[in-house]
Design a protein around this ligand. Structure first.
Ligand code: NAI
Length: 483
């Protein structure tokens, strides 16, 4: 078995954590019970690109219990939990000397070159016993990098040339262009063959979903996609309650500063921003929200937060967190104006929310690494003009802490499993396009998590159901309902 992880000897620790997580992930365990015998994913070769954490380990082993073959990489250079990666590679039946789990290509602290190498490993499945080339036939993506690589590869093969790395506008883009150049030199149809095999992709997060809708609008989308993010039991839970948990966890582990009384700014009041603002308020911080959308700005105001612009409050902020999924939200000029040792972190998917490239190249700026994923950046002007930047501007709840806890991820990942089954077993129902799961499955995911919390649900009478125009079993809301 080929794989690459940091340290296989961490597998025992990882396995214990996975077993503890299983208890907290009733949705995934119910999937195993319901579909384990039937094995609806038999024949699926899933390329997974999603943070390689303990919770993801439970997802991976659920997919294999349902019959899938799986190869996995992380979707972020800092988010892998090395003990979880080791345990997945070793597998429940394997040993450190004879790993027998799933091929994982992930470790905490990858370089960008390593990251894109790992992403290639999950799509390319080597050759079978007869020497035939094998590729993934399903993608499970978070942020869309695996999907993007396939699309860029196909585009380069169609044109017969890859984009010139010298024209790249960022280091990461240069690396991707180099990957495309070398794969084109090795094969004229590698990515075309991969794309032909792919039955569909299931996408985890807001940013990845935006990319999919863009491709669909442009007419460049090559295979059907299920937007898992917009299942209610995903975005209204993971994005909100998950970040409510893991934002302050990341700040604490990185800096251990007291948040009570401090002025904190949350940029963006979508699902993630709502969870972040609530968690900071829970610590007694004074929370200011910035927004571009009048509806979300009004929501923030009515939830009791001051709503302002970053420019107006940057000098007074002790902690600034970006949660927009947008780019260039915090400029270097704004960083320069921050208080001494103020903390800057991003919880959105990509590192372009904060102008890290501008910070790195700012004349005279000095970077001092405090500990992994925590840096003190000192500007040349002024006495003590320094800020603390978390995880180099990459999602700090996974870089500085361990991401969302199991129970909330069980909701997200149960949607992922249902989405994989849906598109893999019914490809005829999904022509190329972007889809959300039907509401009855969304309600089912929630239902699977009620017992663990001791929730008692009220049952509609026939008469009440008729009055509301719904069925006693649900769905209970129209597709337009916003929760
Ligand atoms: P969303 O679309 O619900 O919210 C983003 C909000 O930011 C919107 O209300 C938008 O109006 C606002 N916004 C956009 N540009 C802005 C600007 N320049 N200044 C202030 N506000 C601005 O998206 P959601 O679901 O909250 O996700 C946000 C990001 O977090 C995405 O990149 C998503 O992929 C990521 N994410 C990260 C997670 C994590 O664990 N770190 C978990 C879930 C999502």
């Amino acid at each position: 078995m080929d794989f690459k992880v940091a340290d296989l000897s961490l597998a025992d620790y990882g396995r214990t954590e996975i077993e503890l997580a299983e208890h907290e992930m009733p949705g995934l365990m119910a999937m195993r019970e319901r579909y384990g015998a039937e094995k609806p994913l038999a024949g699926a070769r899933i390329a997974g690109s999603l943070h390689m954490t303990t919770q993801t380990a439970v997802l991976i082993e659920t997919l294999t219990a349902l019959g899938a073959e799986v190869r996995w990489a992380s979707c972020n250079i800092f988010s892998t939990q090395d003990h979880a990666a080791a345990a997945v590679a070793v597998g429940p039946e394997g040993t450190v000397d004879a790993p027998a789990g799933v091929p994982v290509f992930a470790w905490k602290g990858e370089t960008l070159e390593e990251y894109w190498w790992c992403t290639q490993q999950i799509l390319d499945w080597g050759t079978d016993a007869e020497g035939n080339q094998r590729f993934a036939n399903m993608i499970l993506d978070d942020g869309g990098d695996a999907t993007l690589l396939v699309h860029l590869g196909v585009e380069a093969e169609k044109k017969g040339e890859a984009p010139d790395p010298a024209t790249a506008t960022s280091t990461e883009q240069r690396i991707i262009f180099e990957v495309l150049q070398s794969s084109l030199a090795a094969s004229k149809d590698r990515w075309t063959n991969v794309a032909r095999e792919i039955i569909g992709v299931t996408e985890e997060t807001t940013t990845g979903v935006l990319r999919l809708y863009d491709m669909m609008r442009e007419g460049s989308l090559l295979f059907p996609a299920i937007n898992v993010n917009d299942s209610v039991t995903k975005s209204k839970f993971d994005n909100k309650y998950g970040c409510r948990h893991s934002l302050v966890d990341g700040i604490n582990r990185a800096t251990d500063v007291l948040m009570g009384g401090k002025v904190t700014v949350v940029c963006g009041y979508g699902d993630v921003g709502k969870g972040c603002a609530e968690s900071l308020r829970g610590q007694g911080a004074r929370v200011i929200v910035t927004e571009i959308d009048p509806i979300c700005a009004l929501q923030a105001a009515m939830d009791g937060y001051q709503v302002s612009t970053l420019d107006d409050v940057i000098e007074t902020a002790d902690i600034v967190i970006t949660a927009t999924g947008n780019k260039d939200v915090v400029s270097v000029d704004q960083m320069r104006r921050m208080k001494k040792n103020a903390i800057l972190g991003n919880i959105g998917h990509f590192d372009n929310e904060i102008d890290m490239a501008g910070l790195e190249t700012y004349p005279g700026v000095v970077r001092k690494n405090v500990k992994p994923q925590v840096d003190l950046w000192t500007f040349p002007e002024g006495e003590g003009n320094a800020i603390i930047v978390l995880s180099e501007g990459r999602l700090m709840n996974l870089g500085n802490a361990t991401g969302h806890p199991s129970f909330v991820m069980s909701n997200s990942f149960t949607n992922q499993v249902l989405a994989q089954i849906e598109v893999f077993t019914k490809p005829q129902d999904y022509p190329v396009g972007v889809y959300v799961l039907p509401k009855h499955l969304d309600e089912e995911v929630a239902r699977l998590h009620l017992d663990a919390l001791g929730v008692r649900l009220t049952t509609l009478t026939d008469d009440q159901a008729k009055y509301l125009g719904v069925s006693v079993e649900g769905p209970f809301k129209s597709d337009e309902y916003r929760y």
